[in-house]
Design a protein around this ligand. Structure first.
Ligand SMILES: [Zn+2]
Ligand SMILES: [Zn+2]
Length: 107
């Protein structure tokens, strides 16, 4: 159980979309739980970007036939990234063998 930092009343959980927000029935204070979820997702995205940078150095990645959205090349390196908390279990990332553009495959 959590209490309102403003007035000390018991916070009541209210479900909005998929997020659970704690709301104070007395003063209307809303907990920042929803914001925390958003920042966790952005951290996840940063992690993926870092992985992408590391991958740049590795030349032994498997190649696949994929069209680059940037230069139209038909060959790209690919790797899978496990995304925790996301709906999908793993996401395929692709990197153009010609211009180095990276994008994620939505299958
Ligand atoms: Zn309150
Ligand atoms: Zn390209």
């Amino acid at each position: 159980m959590q209490f309102c930092p403003k007035c000390g009343s018991t916070l009541l959980p209210s479900k909005k979309e998929k997020k659970v927000t704690l709301v104070c029935p007395k003063c209307g204070y809303t907990s920042s739980k929803g914001e925390k979820v958003v920042s966790r997702i952005s951290q996840e995205t940063e992690k993926i970007v870092v992985i992408g940078r590391d991958i740049q150095k590795i030349r032994t990645l498997p190649k696949t036939k994929a069209e680059c959205p940037k230069c139209g090349n038909h060959e790209a390196f690919y790797w899978l990234v496990q995304t925790r908390g996301a709906d999908e279990s793993s996401t395929q990332f692709l990197r153009c063998t010609r211009c180095g553009a990276t994008w994620r495959e939505n299958s």
